[in-house]
Design a protein around this ligand. Sequence first.
Ligand code: MSP
Length: 550
Amino acid sequence: MQKERGKYYITTPIYYPSANLHIGHTYCTVMADAMARFKRLVGYDVMFLTGTDEHGQKIQKIADEEGISPKVHVDRIVETIIRLWDTMEISYDDFIRTTEDRHALRVQEIFRKINANGDIYKGAYEGWYCTPCESFWTDTQLVDGKCPDCGRPVEKAQEDAYFFRLSNYADRLLELFETNPGFLEPETRRNEMIQFVKQGLEDLCISRSSFDWGIPVPIEEGQVIYVWLDALSNYITALGYPTIDDVEGEDEKYRKYWPADVHLVGKEIVRFHTIIWPAMLMSMKEPLPKKVLGHGWLLLGGGKMSKSVGNVVDPVTLIDQYGVDALKYFLLREYTFGQDGLFTNEVLLKRINADLANDLGNLLSRTTGMAQKFQDGLLQKPGTATFGVPVPAHDDMRIDEELKDLATSVAERVEQNMDAFAFNYALEEIWTLIRRSNKYIDEMAPWALAKEDGQKDRLNQVLYHLAETLRIVSILIYPFMHYSSSEIRKQLGLENTEILWENAETFALESSYRLVKGESLFPRLDIKEELERLAQLNPGGDLKKGRQRT
Ligand code: MSP
């Protein structure tokens, strides 16, 4: 049994189903998935939430253009999103859609609660209106002073709307940032938010009447709740809060999992999560999330990936070519949390070849290959009837100790790095062991031992050590690449055994192994050939083409 460490609630943003998701979106979800799997493995009771943010003017317009209802449009896109997460085996515990009753009815209740607290008033929303598009735009959304959608002139216009008294919360928000530095990371984002609040907060428009694709305002017909109040609420409506059904246990999940341990979000929506969201919760007198983590963007040669510009990288294309684990590993290993990173086909291919084909793939195939060739796949813990305990040369004994010490100490360092959301360093720790094990093969040269008389026990011992490091590796990589973890365990003959994190801290655990040589985990790629193929299949990741597009 695993030790019980309490609860852990992690969320991703809910994605707009305006078009299919691209690799930038999968980046955040892959990080959340790795963290959720890791926390489960070390003994937490995890709740991992994701979903879709389906209302708003933009979705309505896209659907109008397609000549279908917004609901039909979002249903189609949401289906592709769920299929993508299924393909990637994203281990979410719940998927919330803002068009579901369980969400919409609770958002109305949230509106009522905030209103009852005196934080909502009726006013006039003023913006730039494009008459042909029937759309309001803000100053920053305009492109050269014109409508960003059709390029035609816009004019100032007003409509009745409800406002949330965000300005009332400026002092409490500043206090939050200053007294609780862990609330928002990285540090640079925190400083930006402090500056933002200090410049003065305006009240937030939370309803519209110029379109109707939204949750109706519960206190007036003809108004719909406008985006962020609707979207942010998903983190609690999915847990059954506020109660609407008067059913025993309705908000049981809320009591158990709230406050969230972490909201993972992209840097451009940090502001909504660390200003509007805490202010809404303060108004409702509910606890605040423990942490908001803002990650950077994946960029293409020409800048940010954008569905509207059309320069995107489709995760499905890459998964079809290289598999889910390769993509997940790449995203987690290549980029540093909090910073932007450049995506190119070349960086992807080089990373797959170096770390996955050369390091991990080779370690497995060399170990299983030699075990098969020299011992019919049977390895035993030294000191059994078949294999005795050899006395290796002094230097070799030292190297054995070094390998064991390293193998049993990686888990702790992975844990420390995961606590800091440093996925890349966590993986680097694991790869230090993988590379050390490959070097161990070169140093111990089992093929030479196989030829020498009297080295039968030592040969068994060396191969057994390798099987043990691979067993440990299979546990360590599980949160990040569970297919590869299972494949390694299958080839080690451990496929029906439970993966326990603490077993990564013990060496010489198994009494014997029956290894089965299987498929190569990650076949070596011919980079030049693959680059040519990907230039056609995935032009967004081609540095030259990516640049031309913007
Ligand atoms: N619906 C809102 C979020 C509401 S959360 C209560 C939204 N949706 S989105 O689909 O536009 O973006 C979702 C997330 O994807 C954001 O966190 C955003 O940063 C992330 N990404 C979109 N493009 C990205 C990259 N190119 N790289 C990394 N992340 C990116 O905002």
